[in-house]
Ligand binder design. Structure first.
Ligand code: ZN
Length: 232
C-alpha cells in the first residue's frame, strides 16, 4: 500500500562524509577536493541511487490474482531474502509514490507467492489472517505500488481489524538469552490494528488473497478469509 503521493523527482544524496577535514589529532587533512571533483562524486552517487531504484522497481511482477500459499518453517530463508528486498522497495517507492506503507509477497512473485508482507518499518507479518473486524466501515483513499500510474482510489475498510500472524525473531541461547545469529518463525500472535495500520493490514491481506483495490469486484471483505487451499 502506498503512502501519499509526493514529488518523485527529489533524491537527496549526501556526499559530506567524503569530504574529510582531518581528525585534529595530528593526522593530515586530506587535500581539499575541487568543485569539479565534488560534482563528479555527487553525480556518481545520484546515478547509483537511481540505478538501485530501477533495479528494485523491476522486482514488481505484473499484477495477478494468484493467492499466496501459507508459509512453512522451511520457507524461512526465502522469506528473509525477499523481506529485505521488499523493505528496501517500501523505502524507495515507485512512480509517483516516494514510499510505501507495506508490500505483499504476491507483488513480487507470481509463481509461488508466500503469505507474508513487510512494512516500511521492517516488520514481517507471516501467514496473516484477519480474524475479527469492527462493524463500522470507513472510506479512505488508497494507492497501490503494483499500479503506480493509477490514481488513488476511495476504498472501503473496516475501521479496526484483528489479525493473527507469525513473525520472525532471533533464536536465542536459552542459557544466556543472547542471539545466536539465526532466525526462526515465532508462534502465532493476535493484534487488533486501528487507524492507518488497520487499513494497511487489510490492503495487504487482500493482496495475499489474490485481490487488489483496482480489481473489479474488490470490496472490504476481500481482505477476510483465506481462499481455500488447493491440495494436490
Ligand atoms: Zn497494494
Amino acid at each position: 500500500m502506498s503512502n501519499e503521493a509526493k514529488d518523485p523527482n527529489t533524491l537527496e544524496v549526501s556526499v559530506s562524509e567524503t569530504v574529510g577535514t582531518g581528525d585534529g589529532m595530528g593526522s593530515p587533512a586530506p587535500a581539499e577536493k575541487t568543485e569539479e571533483e565534488l560534482k563528479f562524486e555527487h553525480e556518481a552517487a545520484v546515478k547509483k541511487v537511481l540505478e538501485r531504484k530501477v533495479f528494485l522497481s523491476e522486482k514488481y511482477v505484473t499484477p495477478h490474482q494468484k493467492p499466496a500459499r501459507r508459509a512453512k518453517d522451511a520457507d524461512l530463508s526465502r522469506i528473509l531474502e525477499d523481506a529485505a528486498l521488499m523493505h528496501e522497495m517500501c523505502m524507495v517507492g515507485r512512480g509517483e509514490y516516494t514510499n510505501a506503507y507495506a508490500i505483499a509477497h504476491t507483488q513480487i512473485n507470481d509463481t509461488d507467492p508466500l503469505r507474508f508482507f513487510v512494512t516500511i518499518k521492517g516488520e514481517i507479518y507471516v501467514n496473516p489472517v484477519i480474524v475479527g473486524k469492527s462493524h463500522e466501515l470507513v472510506t479512505i483513499k488508497e494507492g497501490c505500488m503494483s499500479y503506480p500510474e493509477e490514481p488513488m482510489k476511495a476504498t472501503m475498510r473496516f475501521k479496526t481489524a484483528t489479525m493473527k500472524y507469525r513473525t520472525v525473531a532471533h533464536k536465542v541461547n536459552p542459557e544466556t538469552g543472547e542471539s545466536i545469529g539465526e532466525y526462526s518463525l515465532t508462534k502465532e500472535t493476535t493484534t487488533t490494528f486501528t487507524d492507518v495500520m488497520s487499513n494497511v493490514v487489510q490492503h495487504e491481506c487482500q493482496h495475499l488473497n489474490g485481490w487488489s483495490i483496482y480489481n473489479e469486484g474488490s470490496n472490504a471483505t476481500r481482505a477476510l478469509n483465506e481462499p481455500v487451499a488447493v491440495i494436490i
